[in-house]
Design a protein around this ligand. Structure first.
Ligand SMILES: C[S@@+](CC[C@H](N)C(=O)[O-])C[C@H]1O[C@@H](n2cnc3c(N)ncnc32)[C@H](O)[C@@H]1O
Ligand SMILES: [Zn+2]
Length: 280
């Protein structure tokens, strides 16, 4: 089966069996060699670098073995991920795209997705609310917090900096409020540029909080228990990406900014939507 958005039966095939498509798009996250995965496999070894990846009951884990989890940045990231999980469980409506949030609907409209769509940092929720339920769109999500449970779309456990996909397979690559959670957003954008088709686009949602934004008058108990690691920008983000910083990273990753939409949330907070294309 050829992974091409012009194939009208692809949506149906993927919904019936997400792993049909997995075999067509998967590659080693460590060395980018194609991985030979069969429908019934629960373990695969890369012929290139000999890394091994395993499947739980439902979900493949493509976190590569090359990460030094004891390094200060990955330790910081792990603490932020733990903080994030507390917020997603305690107050999902304010911390994840769920329900009928207007910002989420605005982002869906901006992306106008069709074809094969990768969502990088798709979150632990069962269905991000910026996904549209259309026959023309097939979603694939990757996130380190993906749980080993059956899902409504093909999800993988993995990292943005080490995308386990072949070159030029996706029509859209989305980052919805995820890029500022990564250890290395530059590596993530370079990986996105690699896996996106030359006719495709990379759609990014980044929130910006101005200096002087007041803290809420009363914080819930779960929030007061969180700890900010020294190297992090705040309790949840490694580094907030202002418009200028973001554009510098995008251009250095070989991407061209083709559109920006600015949505003011209030006096202090703004949502930016960026559309990028690969300049290669
Ligand atoms: C604020 S949540 C956004 C989730 C979802 N996109 C949404 O809008 O509801 C940030 C997500 O980024 C994910 N994330 C953090 N570091 C990541 C990495 N290195 N690679 C991929 N995803 C990552 C987190 O696990 C979390 O699910
Ligand atoms: Zn490999």
């Amino acid at each position: 089966m050829n992974v091409d958005s012009s194939q009208t039966d692809l949506g149906y095939v993927t919904r019936m069996n997400g792993y049909n498509i997995l075999a067509e798009i998967i590659a080693c996250p460590a060395c980018s060699s194609n991985l030979p995965i069969g429908n019934m496999d629960t373990r695969v070894m890369c012929r290139g670098c000999k890394s091994t990846f395993i499947k739980g009951k439902y979900i493949w884990n493509f976190v590569p073995p090359v990460i030094d989890w004891s390094s200060p940045m990955w330790q910081t990231w792990q603490q932020l991920q733990d903080n994030g999980m507390v917020s997603y469980q305690s107050d999902p409506e304010h911390n994840l795209a769920v329900g009928t949030r207007k910002d989420s609907q605005d982002f869906a409209k901006f992306c106008h997705c069709s074809g094969l769509v990768l969502d990088v940092g798709c979150g632990p929720q069962s269905w991000p609310s910026y996904f549209k339920r259309t026959e023309e769109t097939i979603y694939v999500g990757i996130d380190p917090l993906v749980q080993d449970v059956p899902g409504e779309f093909l999800k993988l456990k993995g990292l943005a900096e080490f995308l386990p996909f072949r070159a030029r397979v996706f029509d859209h690559v989305l980052f919805a409020t995820s890029l500022d959670h990564f250890v290395d957003p530059f590596a993530a954008l370079k990986a996105a540029a690699r896996v996106c088709k030359s006719t495709g686009e990379i759609d990014i949602w980044l929130g910006e909080k101005g200096v002087g934004a007041p803290s809420p008058a009363v914080s819930p108990e779960w929030y007061r228990q969180l700890r900010k690691p020294d190297l992090a920008a705040d309790l949840f983000h490694i580094k907030r990406l202002s418009r200028d910083v973001f554009i510098n990273i995008a251009v250095a990753s070989g991407l061209t900014l083709v559109q920006t939409e600015v949505h003011a949330v209030d006096k202090y907070r703004t949502n930016y939507f960026y559309r990028l294309r690969s300049s290669r």
